[in-house]
Design a binder for this molecule. Structure first.
Ligand SMILES: CC(C)(COP(=O)(O)OP(=O)(O)OC[C@H]1O[C@@H](n2cnc3c(N)ncnc32)[C@H](O)[C@@H]1OP(=O)(O)O)[C@@H](O)C(=O)NCCC(=O)NCCSC(=O)C[C@H](O)C(=O)O
Ligand SMILES: [Mg+2]
Length: 280
């Protein structure tokens, strides 16, 4: 189980940021060739990134390259440049249907694919996209989605909740990783923390972030807390003891613990140990 608490976007044209990310505590990095790179920088950014990824060591951080769409002047060259690259995934922007995944899959046969969920059609087709056999992960693109829907920013994200929920359902139905969207106000830690908590409580695996200062908040909020770990241990102990006594239900802190709760508790402990290993 690999942690994806914090997934950092880096504009691929920013050499200093590419270098700095090697020391940052992000669980994963999205090397962005798409919206964070200006049109006249696209070719330079692609060449710079290909060189960096061939030589630089990003440790245990998952390496994900966001290419441009195949309907842009740069998408096919991006796909050709990263076909066979030693990266963990290729992220396809603005996926509207499984056909968009098919098109990239045909050009890149050997790397897991992830989908940006950020268009109304993509959200409506979320289950079919998640079901694609080459798909491993989904990332919410809440900026593009807000633009397409005409949604206003609200701290509670109420207008966005239906789209977030549909993608989460789709990802979980097919066992895919699913990461929440970015929080644009990168100096507002309290706002970020509130949004992380909302995404975590919904069930997202982590949050995409745009600035190094956002990483510790996402890491903290998407990790099981000490109290959750301690409760999980006690639930497993109580449930195992109940089973040994021939019973299917235990009670911990006045609440029932059945097999399904014990499964969740074991998942919490697995996540905690994956995070602990990641920190080494
Ligand atoms: C937002 C930024 C433009 C701010 O950059 P800057 O002014 O350089 O910030 P700082 O001076 O505070 O930077 C301090 C140091 O940190 C490094 N840095 C900054 N950002 C990053 C980063 N993303 N990764 C790694 N390192 C970073 C600086 O180089 C400084 O280092 P040092 O020299 O040692 O002091 C900038 O943060 C930025 O460009 N962020 C990424 C923006 C981005 O990727 N946007 C696209 C994705 S968001 C999106 O649209 C998702 C989706 O598609 C949707 O639709 O929602
Ligand atoms: Mg976008």
């Amino acid at each position: 189980m690999r942690p994806y608490r914090s997934v950092l976007y880096i504009p691929a044209a920013r050499e200093r940021a590419l270098e700095k990310a090697r020391e940052l505590p992000a669980d994963a990095i999205i090397f962005d060739l798409e919206d964070a790179v200006a049109a006249d920088e696209k070719d330079n950014a692609r060449a710079l990134l290909a060189g960096v990824l061939a030589t630089a060591d990003y440790g245990t951080r998952a390496k994900i390259v966001r290419i441009n769409g195949l309907d842009t002047p740069w998408g096919r060259e991006d796909a050709a440049a990263f076909r066979g690259a030693k990266v963990d995934a290729i992220l396809i922007p603005k996926v509207g249907s499984p056909a968009d995944v098919d098109a990239v899959a045909a050009l890149i046969p050997d790397v897991p694919l992830w989908a940006m969920m950020e268009t109304p059609a993509g959200i409506l087709n979320a289950a079919a996209i998640a079901a694609h056999p080459r798909l491993a992960g989904m990332v919410m693109g809440t900026n593009d989605l807000a633009k397409e829907l005409g949604t206003r920013f609200r701290p509670d994200r109420e207008p966005m909740v239906a789209s977030l929920g549909l993608c989460l359902l789709a990802a979980r139905a097919f066992g895919r990783i699913v990461i929440d969207g970015v929080y644009n106000a990168f100096k507002d830690d309290d706002g970020l923390r509130a949004e992380c908590r909302q995404g975590r409580d919904m069930g997202f695996d982590g949050k995409t972030v745009i600035h190094p200062a956002q990483i510790p908040v996402a890491n903290e909020e998407f990790a099981p807390s000490e109290a959750e770990i301690e409760l999980a241990r006690r639930q497993i102990e109580a449930f195992d003891a109940a089973q040994r006594a021939g019973q299917g239900v235990a009670v911990v802190d006045g609440k029932i613990v059945e097999n399904l709760h014990a499964v969740t508790a074991r998942q919490i402990l697995s996540r905690a140990s994956a995070i602990a290993e990641r920190a080494i």
